[in-house]
Structure formats: structure tokens, C-alpha cells
Design a protein around this ligand. Structure first.
Ligand code: ATP
Ligand code: MG
Length: 561
């Protein structure tokens, strides 16, 4: 089959190579993969790596990738998360078609398979407590000891398992264990628990069950039922592979998928464990799962990241077998590159300073032509109103500028982007505070559009908006949520000790050009000279938009270090 590879020009990663070899040898006609999230939290950028790998392979071969919820632990799982995960996968641009599954769909099969194991003498009901099971398990250096219940007869096991299922026993009093090898060098094979009693309602099966199957057991059988060909997971499951294979070999299932492990994504300046993300949300260090500083998919979406930028990031980092760290700058660069090509340029003034043009007639206004993208004429243009009173960025004027400051100051002339040349005239100050409240300038009527017929050059070009026409808005300048590369590195501190106090700065009194009021939420722009921004769909109100800064124009962190 033709390999329609998005990774054009790049050699296949080791997993795609295995897939290609298996098709070439005729082992499989097409690859079938799955993405198996547990619905106990929102997806994060690490999951995106797994999604892009699993759905990516399916897409390249025009085959299929299943979305399967691994919902075997009812105490932590909720429908809310199921819906959020579906939305996130779809937003990333992937389609599971009609292959939406739940491990809980297989509870009956899993139960029947457990009976089969018991009948084959390969599983037993154990009455050791969780603590005793741990003690009996041994260590990496010492073999474990057999449970006193290990050699029960098959009939007794069947009867006890039935009672477990019927709710006759208390939680924690009985478990079903696979009978493998208590002396195995691999701890996962020392008679692992495969069923436990939990008297908890399940989000899909309600109170039908009070015994629930364990992850490894469930996962291998679910993969097999769905005829998955390549079961891709992260490296920490490498030691679980022998158990995955034991279950399917012992049950002699028709389909035996191949488990392949790859290195998880570790990203600097963030934490990725769902437990920690949940803590940030629950203890209100952030403003919900979709806080634009969170590296969740929903947070990235609200921040203004595009699906294309996340896919491109996953493509850039690739898939390998060795644990490694990726710098946050790589992710930021992915969105910067995408938006550099696609985001219309607009003018936004974050910290406004009023400019009065003394020789521009009061009450007069006119329009100037502006381009939406300086390198892309096909993106068209717009007109901007120009009038006697404008706002410019406060930092674009200095009363006592150094020599290399090419913006406004006494005796200096600058170009207003797409407008006129203006020259400084005088300052207005608040008498009490000494703060500059406005500056006066004169303009040269012959420089419309930003060039002078006499060939006179100015060094600086600054952005501006017309005071009477612009829109008031709020702007949130987001930065990294943590101020150190690895918030988890240090034993003496926790990740919470490394929150970046400046991860969000909210500006109340910003001004943007008029057209931005009618934009759909989610639209992304470059505010010239300031960075990329998007309209916040949650907090914007009619007449008072809120813009989130997605990313700065340049990587400012490499300089900080
Ligand atoms: P956590 O351990 O933080 O609770 P998890 O990894 O157990 O999360 P799951 O819902 O089980 O979360 O993950 C679904 C899939 O996503 C798994 O196949 C897992 O291997 C993969 N995955 C999770 N985190 C990463 C990561 N950082 N990089 C790549 N894949 C990941
Ligand atoms: Mg997991």
C-alpha cells in the first residue's frame, strides 16, 4: 500500500518503520491504532503527541484509529471528561469515524475471559489485603512468596468470583489474581490483580457491576477485541508488555496486537501529570482547565494556538525511544511560524499615550490604506481612520531619549505606520504627579502613506490608532506558568513553589483599531510590533473585547537566561 506520509523528506520514525514493514511483509493489510485516554481529566500537550502519532498513522494509510475511553476506575471518571476529550481530539483535526469505544463496553467479555482464566487454572481469588499483597510481592532483589490462596480449586474460585460479582464481599476483602510466577524478575508478572471490588457507580454502567477489571488486563483484551494491529504506548509500559502478552497468549485470542513503547513528551516550564493539573485547577492557581496558561488542549485553544501549530509541533519533535526534554520555545515557535503566515496584521496600543496633532484641522478625518500582511498582497488591505487625536504606545516616546532611540522625542520625527510623518512639538503633564498626559506634534501633509516626496528619511515607524475611532479593550499578556525549566526537579520544593508570578498581566485600558469589534471570537491577529493575539471567547463582551496574547513576536526567554 502506498505510504502517504506527512513526514515527507524526513526518515520514518521507528514506529512508522515497523508499521511499514508489517504491511510490506503482509502481516497486516492496514494498520489499526487507538488512542486510549482515561476520562479522569482534560487532555494535555503530551496526549497530543500520542494523538498525532496514532491518528497520524491511520490518516497516512487511510485506515482507522479508534478513540477508546479506558473507563475502568469509576471513582475518578466522569462524562464531563469524555465530552471534553472528544471535543479536543476533533479540534486537533482527527476523526475516529464510528470507532468510538469504551472499555466498559467490554465488561461482559472481560468477565467471561476471567472465568476462562479461572477454568484454565490461571487465575484465583485471593483474600490477602492490599498491604499483604504488597509484602508478599517481594522486591526487585527478592522473589515474592505465594499467596496462601494460590492453590484453591477451580470450583471454589468460580464460586468466590461469582460472590465477588454479586456484591457478597466487602471492598478490599477479595481480589482476582492472575496465576503467573511469584519469582518472576518482572514484578508485573508476580500474580497481578486483575479484578477488584469497588462498590461505586460507573458513569456508563451504573450499578450493574461492583467488580472492575484492572488496566493491564482490560487494555490487552480491549485491543484484541477491536483488532488493533499496533498498540502504541509510552515507555513506562515497557515492563507491562509481558503481562499484555501473557493475557492474550493464555486466552489464545484470535487477534494479538503488538505493543510498542515510545518516549513520552516532557516539556520544559510546565507540569504534565493530570494529578498536578487537577491540583492547579482545584486549588485555583489557575482559572480552570481552559486557563490560557495551562498546557491542556483546551487551554491552548483558548490561548489562541491553532490545531495546525500543535500538529506541526508534534511533527517537529518526532517519535523516539529515549526519554528527552523539549524546550517550551519549540512549541512557541510552532505557533509563531503558523501565525506569521496566516494572521492578519492590525494595530493595537497596549499602554496608550495621547498624541494631538496641532496642525491637523479639528473635526477633520480621513482614511489611510493599510495592508493586512506586508508580504502577502493576497490577504488584502483595509482602511484606517486618521484624525487630529491619536494614541501611540507610551514607550514610543521618551523625554530624554538615548542616541539610538529611533522613536519619538524632543526634535525627533517618526513615521506613523501607513499614516504621516509626525514631529514632536510639546508635552502636557499632570501638574501633581508629573506624569505625561499627552504630547503635541505636527504632521507633514505631504507624507501620506509613509514616505516623503523630498526623500527625507525617518528612522522609526510606530503604530497608532485614532482616538475617536478606536475600540477600548482589555488585553492579557500571558507568559509561562512556571519560572523554572523543570518545576518538579527539586526534592525540597514542589511544583507549586515555582509558579511564575508574572504569568499573566492584565491591561485594562488598551485601544485597538475599529474593525476588531466585529471579528469572530477565536480570530487571531498580529498586533504590529507587539505579538500575536486572539479574541477571548469567554470573557469578551459586546463593546468590550478581551484579547489574549498567544505569543510574543520573538522568543524573549532565551535572552532572560
Ligand atoms: P497521567 O499519568 O498524567 O494521569 P496518563 O498518561 O495516564 O496521564 P491517559 O489518559 O491514560 O493519561 O493517557 C492516554 C494516552 O496518552 C496513553 O496512551 C498515554 O501513554 C498517552 N500519554 C499521556 N501522557 C503523554 C505524554 N506526556 N507524552 C506522550 N503520550 C502521553
Ligand atoms: Mg494512564
Amino acid at each position: 500500500m502506498e505510504h502517504n506520509d506527512i513526514t515527507k523528506g524526513k526518515p520514518l520514525d521507528f514506529i512508522r518503520q515497523i508499521v511499514a514493514d508489517d504491511l510490506q511483509s503482509g502481516k497486516h493489510i492496514q494498520p489499526v491504532t487507538r488512542f486510549p485516554p482515561e476520562p479522569n481529566g482534560f487532555l494535555h500537550i503530551g496526549h497530543a503527541k500520542s494523538i498525532c502519532l496514532n491518528f497520524g498513522i491511520a490518516e497516512e494509510y487511510k485506515s482507522r484509529c479508534h478513540l477508546r475511553f479506558d473507563d475502568t476506575n469509576p471513582s475518578k471518571e466522569e462524562d464531563l471528561y469524555v465530552e471534553a476529550i472528544k471535543e479536543d481530539v476533533a479540534w486537533l483535526g482527527y476523526d475516529w469515524q464510528d470507532n468510538l469505544f469504551f472499555a466498559s463496553d467490554y465488561f461482559d467479555d472481560l468477565y467471561q475471559y476471567a472465568l476462562q482464566l479461572i477454568r484454565a487454572g490461571k487465575a484465583y481469588v485471593c483474600e490477602l489485603s492490599a498491604e499483604q499483597i504488597r509484602l508478599y510481592r517481594g522486591t526487585l532483589k527478592e522473589p515474592g512468596r505465594n499467596s496462601p490462596y494460590r492453590n484453591r480449586g477451580i470450583d471454589e474460585n468460580l464460586e468466590l468470583f461469582e460472590k465477588m460479582k454479586n456484591g457478597d464481599f466487602a471492598e478490599g476483602s477479595h481480589v482476582l489474581r492472575a496465576k503467573i510466577d511469584m519469582a518472576s524478575p518482572n514484578l508485573n508478572l508476580r500474580d497481578p490483580v486483575i479484578y477488584r471490588i469497588m462498590k461505586v457507580s460507573h458513569h456508563r454502567t451504573g450499578d450493574t457491576w461492583c467488580i472492575y477489571p484492572m488496566y493491564d488486563y482490560t487494555h490487552s483484551i480491549s485491543d484484541s477485541i477491536e483488532k488493533i494491529t499496533h498498540s502504541l504506548c509510552t515507555l513506562e509500559f515497557e515492563d507491562h508488555r509481558p503481562l499484555y502478552d501473557w493475557v492474550l497468549n493464555t486466552l489464545q485470542t484470535q487477534c494479538h496486537p503488538r505493543q510498542i513503547e515510545f518516549a513520552r513528551l516532557n516539556l520544559s516550564y510546565t507540569v504534565m501529570s493530570k494529578r498536578k493539573l487537577l491540583k492547579l485547577v482545584e486549588e485555583k492557581f489557575v482559572d480552570g482547565w481552559d486557563d490560557p496558561r495551562m498546557l491542556t488542549i483546551t487551554g491552548l485553544r483558548r490561548r489562541g494556538y491553532t490545531p495546525a501549530s500543535i500538529r506541526s509541533f508534534c511533527h517537529t519533535i518526532g517519535v523516539g525511544k529515549k526519554e528527552s526534554w523539549i524546550d517550551m520555545g519549540v512549541l512557541e515557535n510552532a505557533i509563531r511560524e503558523d501565525l506569521n503566515d496566516t494572521a492578519p496584521r492590525v494595530m493595537g496600543v497596549l499602554d496608550p499615550l495621547k498624541v494631538i496633532i496641532d496642525n491637523y484641522p479639528e473635526g477633520q478625518e480621513e482614511e489611510v490604506e493599510a495592508k493586512n500582511h506586508p508580504q502577502k498582497p493576497e490577504m488584502g488591505g483595509r482602511t484606517l481612520p486618521f484624525s487630529r487625536e491619536l494614541f501611540i504606545e507610551r514607550s514610543d516616546f521618551l523625554e530624554d531619549p538615548p542616541r539610538k532611540y529611533f522613536r519619538l522625542g524632543p526634535d525627533r520625527e517618526v513615521r506613523l505606520r501607513y499614516g504621516y510623518y509626525i514631529k514632536f512639538a510639546s508635552i502636557e503633564k499632570d501638574e501633581e504627579t508629573g506624569e505625561i498626559t499627552a504630547i503635541h506634534c505636527t504632521y507633514d501633509p505631504l507624507t501620506k502613506g509613509g514616505s516623503s516626496p523630498d526623500g527625507r528619511k525617518v528612522k522609526g515607524t510606530i503604530h497608532w490608532v485614532s482616538a475617536h475611532h478606536c475600540i477600548d479593550c482589555r488585553v492579557r499578556l500571558y507568559d509561562r506558568l512556571f519560572s523554572v525549566e523543570n518545576p518538579d526537579a527539586d526534592k525540597e520544593t514542589t511544583f507549586l513553589d515555582h509558579l511564575n508570578p508574572d504569568s499573566v498581566v492584565e491591561l485594562e485600558n488598551c485601544k485597538v483599531e475599529p474593525g476588531l469589534n466585529q471579528q469572530e471570537s477565536g480570530m487571531r491577529f498580529q498586533f504590529e510590533r507587539q505579538g500575536y493575539f486572539c479574541l477571548d471567547h469567554k470573557d469578551s463582551r459586546p463593546g468590550k473585547p478581551v484579547f489574549n496574547r498567544i505569543v510574543t513576536l520573538r522568543d524573549s526567554w532565551t535572552k532572560k537566561q
